[in-house]
Every structure is written in structure tokens, then in C-alpha cells.
Write a protein that binds this ligand. Structure first.
Ligand code: ADP
Length: 632
């Protein structure tokens, strides 16, 4: 095969340009991280080579000792980061270094706030690692050759980080990648051994590969000495060290290396398990949700190592989907080095590892909830919605997940989700044996739902649910600590011991008195409602709609309908409030046409009050106007 040494110049896409510009500005205050990012990439490249070499030993060529070399040239004002990892082909160079625009770039850009601190965090999550070189350099040269490729298949990539880059095929003896930063004039400080060493120590000490620099000699005889190398970092896989030997700072830097997140993690859990299974795990709880948390294709899962050898990124078999925000590493001593995703899926040992890791994460969350309310509130804001997926996915941990949940409720009557179920249980009234809740499309509709009237009157707390997942969540939760959940808008209300005997007698009497009225109303609303009943839940509103105990809730119905799904037909019942003047007026209405109009308006209004849509809004307006005209 002949290789054309063609040189071509290509433009970055518009989005890439925009991103680059933004990044250089928002990360400027933290510019030394360029080295961390490039070392992190070099380390990943070594991991990839090791993995590919498991089946293709020849990829090591005659250079099996993997390392990263950092060097500088004060006169030329350059810094170089050189690895003997996997390297890149010409196509890979164009793909990886010419395209920052991964899926979701546009969405990412629209998320930027203009606030530097927040934006730099987002940029970190987006993983623009390589491009951080342009914070300090006005030209970057990459020379690389993929492991196993002929020496004529080397590639040189060069760019000043503005509009264009060039690629050309070159001859390159050595496998791997050398990145040379031509420092900006005012960034000379980085062409300095002491400075580079201290940055490596600070950010990259945990890298398991040796990071090598030329030893510096001080004093008069330096001209006579042969150059000598030294390893600058600790160079052991961080998770293999014992907890007491690893500082918080090291954990934090390691997290940034594996997660591409620029912010510190909130907490971590580092454990060695020996026995039937033998593995080490290091799990991190990030402080912020990634911008693509809800994108089903977004990356998730842990980094999998087998006996210190990197096997794969995003091994999603080790944690359930509702904990997809957790980052970390799992290193197994039992799995085969040839393990694949398919094998992981079928291995029963993975299930028990997953159960143990899940427990660790839930414990970590529980501890924060107990010890640091403020931090937990913040975490709930970030990850609460995802945790709410938990009870459906992970039946075994249902109760534990439920105990982590936070809700808005009539206790505080604000939309802040800060009440746990245990808080609720502690406030239950004497004789109360259910946890009451209402689900609506938004907080205000939930808070003002007519279904809450009797609960407010009696001082019984009701959870106010209005997140998209809530109806679905409650379908899976069913009970907590042996107390059943009860949707206050479903079924016939039975407050059990919460109603006094006198109240019960009074209810029976009213029901009898209103029997005829109910039948009359049912005739008019026969197509719309299942049943007409006297209500026990309303104190102020004239009527409300109630769905059957086992029917789909109104929120769920609207969600499914808007997703174009067919929803089984089920009619609600209407409950009327006999003490409301409108109902009393209707009871006395002798004009049947007028009664019919009032009946429909009553039904439509009950629907509106719950945030529902009318089937025929024009008919409603017409009837209402007719009734208004009659007033005069
Ligand atoms: P990320 O590391 O988040 O994927 P980067 O912009 O830092 O993003 O790097 C883009 C890609 O370029 C990497 O995923 C990798 O495929 C490739 N790359 C970067 N540096 C190296 C390197 N030293 N050796 C081999 N490939 C590299």
C-alpha cells in the first residue's frame, strides 16, 4: 500500500469554533488544567493499547513499557506530552480532533448561562479535554501513529485553534502520540520544569502510568551530566491503594480524570471485597447532573478493569439505570481478560456485584440525607427525578429508595421538595393509616386541587406531586413502612377513624336526602360520568371528579394521550357538595333546560379545576354565557 503524504487544510464546524472560543475564555482562570487533560488522554490511550494487545501482543512492537513523557523547551517556548499508547490513524485524527461537535453540541451551547463558573462546569462535562491546550497555546502540533500501523502511516495535525486545522501523512518511527504546545507569549511560565512537576503532582499523581520528566540538575557541573529520567507521579492505580493512603485531593483529581467533570464530587465510596468474589470498587457521587442525564443514549456506567487492565468504559451492567449519574471504577480479579458486554450480561456474579454496588450508592445517599440536609436538598434537585425511577426498576430496594425521596406537601404548602416519608409518618394524625397524595400537572394545580379541601379542614397532610414521573412512581410504590399510599382523587373517600361517628351519621343522612338529586343529575350526565355521589371531600367547591380506585390517574392519562397512545376508556364519577349554594340552587331548579345547562357547567368546571381539558370548550362557553345573561 502506498501512502500519500498529502497535506490538507480543513475548517472546524461552526459549533466547534464557538465552543473553542468559549472554552478558552471560561477556563482561563484555571488554565493549568490543560496538562491534566492531555495526560488524562495519554493515559486513556495507554489503557486502550493494553486492552487491544490482550489479543494482539504484536501491537507493543518492541516497546512494551507504557509511559507518558512530559518535556519542555524554554527557548522555543514549547511543552510536549508524549505517549506510547494506541495512537491514531489519519481518519481517527480527523474524527477525534477535528470534530468537537459530538451529539448534543447545539443543546449544550443553548445551556450556557454566561456565568463563567457554571459554564466552565458545563464545558468540563462536555469533555473538550484536548482543546484545553488552546488555553495556553497559540499553535498545537500533534504527531501520532497508530499501534501496528507502518511507519509511513504517521499523521501530523496542526492548528492555531481558530478556524482551521491541517492534517498530513508523515513518517513516524514511534507508536503513540506526541502533542506539542507552542505556548502563547504570555504563557512562558509553563515552559518550566518546576511548574510542570508541581502541576503533575497536583492533578495527575493518581495516573497509574509513570509520567516521566528529565531530571534537572542544579549547580555548576550540569553541563557534564548525562540526561537522567525520573518518574514524577506515584504511578500506581489509585484504587489499589488503601483508603488511608489516599488523600481527599487525590480522590477528587482521580474523579475528574475518569468523569471529565471539572467540579469536585460530593462523596465517594472506596471498597475492596474479598471472598466469593474479589473486586475493588470506587464510586463517586457527582455534585451536578450532566446536561444529558435524560438522554437514553448518553454515556453511563463504570470503568471496568480486570486485574488492573482497562477493559471498557461505560460498563453499564454494574449499576441500575436510575443510578446512572454515578461515576467510578470497578476492578475485578475474577473476570476473564476477554470479558465482553455480552458475557457481562449473562454472568450471575455480575448481578451480585451490581446489588452490592447499588447498596453502597444508596447508603452513601442515606448518609448525606441524615448528616447534611442542605447538601441533600441540592442533590435531590439534581438527581431526584432519576431516583424516582428507582422503585419501578429495583423492586428489592423499593423501601430504601422511598426513604430517600423528598416531596412537596400541604405541610409547608410550597413547591420545594423537602419532606421525606418519615417526616410524613411522624406527623400522621391519630387514627390515620394511609399516606395521602394528589398528582397534578403542575404544583399549583396540585396545591389548589378541590380534592384537598376536607384534608385541609381536618389538618391531614397530603403530598403534592407534580413531576412527570410521579403518577408512574406511585403506581410502583404502593406502600411505605406498611402504610398504604392513597391518591385522594381516586375511589370513594373513606377516612376511616379520621371521621367521627357524628360525621358519619350526618353523611348518611345527606346521602339519603340527595338521592333524587343525584339520579336527576346522572340522567343529564349519563355519557360523561360513571356515577353521581354526595361528596365527603369538598368543603368549598361545588363538585369534583373522581376516578375509580384502579383506573388510570388524570396525569397519566394526559401523558399517554399526548404521547399518542391509546388509553382505555374509563369514565370518572362526579361528587357533589350538598352544602354548596350552587348545588342547592340546582336542587330547586324546576326548569329542565336550565338544570341541564347547570349540570354540564358543573361537570366542566370540576374538570377544569383539576387542570383537565374540555372535550368541547365552545359548548362550555356558550352555556356559561347563557347562564350569565339570565342573571340580570
Ligand atoms: P475525550 O477525551 O473526552 O473523548 P478529547 O477532546 O480530550 O475528548 O479527545 C478526543 C478524542 O481524541 C479522544 O476520545 C481520543 O479518541 C482521541 N485522543 C486524544 N488524545 C489522544 C492520545 N494521546 N492518544 C490517542 N488518542 C487520543
Amino acid at each position: 500500500m502506498t501512502v500519500e503524504a498529502t497535506k490538507e487544510t480543513r475548517g472546524f464546524e461552526t459549533e466547534a469554533k464557538q465552543l473553542l472560543h468559549l472554552m478558552i475564555h471560561s477556563l482561563y482562570s484555571n488554565k493549568e488544567i490543560f496538562l491534566r487533560e492531555l495526560v488524562s488522554n495519554a493515559s486513556d490511550a495507554a489503557d486502550k493499547l493494553r486492552f487491544e494487545a490482550l489479543n494482539h501482543g504484536e501491537l507493543y512492537e518492541d516497546d512494551p513499557e507504557l509511559s507518558i513523557r512530559v518535556s519542555f523547551d524554554k527557548e522555543a517556548n514549547t511543552v510536549s506530552i508524549i505517549d506510547n499508547g494506541i495512537g491514531m490513524s489519519r481518519e481517527e485524527v480527523v474524527d477525534h480532533l477535528g470534530t468537537i461537535a459530538k451529539s448534543g453540541t447545539a443543546q449544550f451551547l443553548s445551556n450556557l448561562t454566561g456565568d463563567q463558573k457554571k459554564d466552565s462546569h458545563l464545558i468540563g462535562q462536555f469533555g473538550v479535554g484536548f482543546y484545553s491546550a488552546f488555553i495556553v497555546a497559540d499553535k498545537v502540533t500533534v504527531e501520532t501513529r497508530r499501534a501496528g500501523a507502518a511507519k509511513e502511516e504517521g499523521v501530523r495535525w496542526e492548528s492555531s485553534g481558530e478556524a482551521e486545522y491541517s492534517v498530513e501523512t508523515i513518517e513516524r518511527e514511534k507508536r503513540g502520540t506526541a502533542i506539542t504546545l507552542h505556548l502563547k507569549k504570555d504563557q512562558q511560565e509553563f515552559a518550566d520544569g518546576w511548574r510542570l512537576r508541581s502541576i503533575i503532582k497536583k492533578y495527575s499523581d493518581h495516573i497509574s502510568l509513570p509520567i516521566i520528566m528529565e531530571k534537572e540538575h542544579y549547580g555548576d557541573d550540569k553541563e557534564e551530566k548525562e540526561p537522567e529520567d525520573e518518574t514524577v507521579n506515584t504511578a500506581t492505580a489509585l484504587w489499589t491503594r488503601s483508603r488511608s493512603e489516599v488523600s481527599d485531593e487525590e480522590y477528587k483529581e482521580f474523579y475528574k480524570h475518569i468523569s471529565h467533570d471539572f467540579s469536585d464530587p460530593v462523596k465517594w465510596s472506596h471498597n475492596r471485597v474479598e471472598g466469593k468474589l474479589d473486586y475493588t470498587s470506587l464510586l463517586f457521587l457527582p455534585s451536578k447532573a450532566p446536561f444529558d442525564l435524560y438522554n437514553r443514549d448518553a454515556s453511563r456506567g463504570l470503568k471496568l478493569y480486570v486485574q488492573r487492565t482497562f477493559i471498557m468504559d461505560e460498563a453499564e451492567q454494574f449499576l441500575p439505570l436510575y443510578l446512572r449519574f454515578i461515576k467510578g471504577v470497578v476492578d475485578s480479579n475474577d473476570l476473564s481478560l476477554n470479558v465482553s458486554r455480552e458475557i457481562l450480561q449473562k454472568d450471575p456474579n455480575i448481578d451480585s456485584m451490581r446489588a452490592a454496588l447499588t447498596k453502597r450508592v444508596l447508603d452513601m445517599l442515606e448518609k448525606i440525607k441524615k448528616n447534611d440536609k442542605e447538601q441533600y436538598a441540592q442533590l435531590w434537585k439534581e438527581f431526584g427525578q432519576v431516583l424516582k425511577e428507582g422503585p419501578a426498576e429495583d423492586y428489592g430496594n423499593k423501601e430504601k429508595i422511598a426513604s430517600l425521596m423528598q416531596f412537596a406537601s400541604t405541610h409547608a404548602d410550597t413547591d420545594v421538595q423537602d419532606q421525606g416519608l418519615d417526616d410524613y409518618l411522624a406527623r400522621m394524625k391519630e387514627g390515620q393509616d394511609k399516606i395521602y397524595y394528589v398528582v397534578a400537572e403542575n404544583f399549583n394545580t396540585a396545591k389548589n386541587s378541590p380534592h384537598l379541601e376536607v384534608f385541609r379542614k381536618k389538618g391531614i397532610e397530603v403530598l403534592l406531586l407534580s413531576d412527570r414521573v410521579d403518577d408512574w412512581l406511585m403506581g410502583h410504590l404502593a406502600e411505605y413502612k406498611e402504610k398504604q399510599f392513597q391518591d385522594v382523587s381516586k375511589g370513594e373517600l373513606d377516612l376511616g377513624k379520621l371521621d367521627s361517628d357524628d360525621e358519619k351519621k350526618e353523611q348518611e343522612k345527606v346521602e339519603k336526602d340527595f338521592k333524587d338529586f343525584n339520579e336527576r343529575l346522572k340522567k343529564v350526565l349519563d355519557n360523561e360520568v360513571e356515577e353521581v355521589r354526595v361528596t365527603h371531600r369538598l368543603t368549598e367547591s361545588p363538585a369534583c371528579l373522581v376516578v375509580g380506585e384502579h383506573d388510570m390517574g388524570a396525569q397519566m392519562r394526559r401523558l399517554m394521550e399526548s404521547a399518542g397512545q391509546k388509553v382505555p376508556e374509563s369514565k370518572p364519577s362526579i361528587e357533589v357538595n350538598p352544602s354548596h349554594p350552587l348545588v342547592q340552587k340546582m336542587d330547586k331548579e324546576s326548569d329542565e333546560d336550565r338544570f341541564t345547562d347547570l349540570a354540564h357547567v358543573l361537570f366542566d368546571q370540576a374538570n377544569l379545576a383539576e387542570g383537565g381539558n374540555l372535550d368541547d370548550p365552545a359548548a362550555y362557553v356558550k352555556r356559561l354565557n347563557k347562564l350569565l345573561m339570565d342573571l340580570s
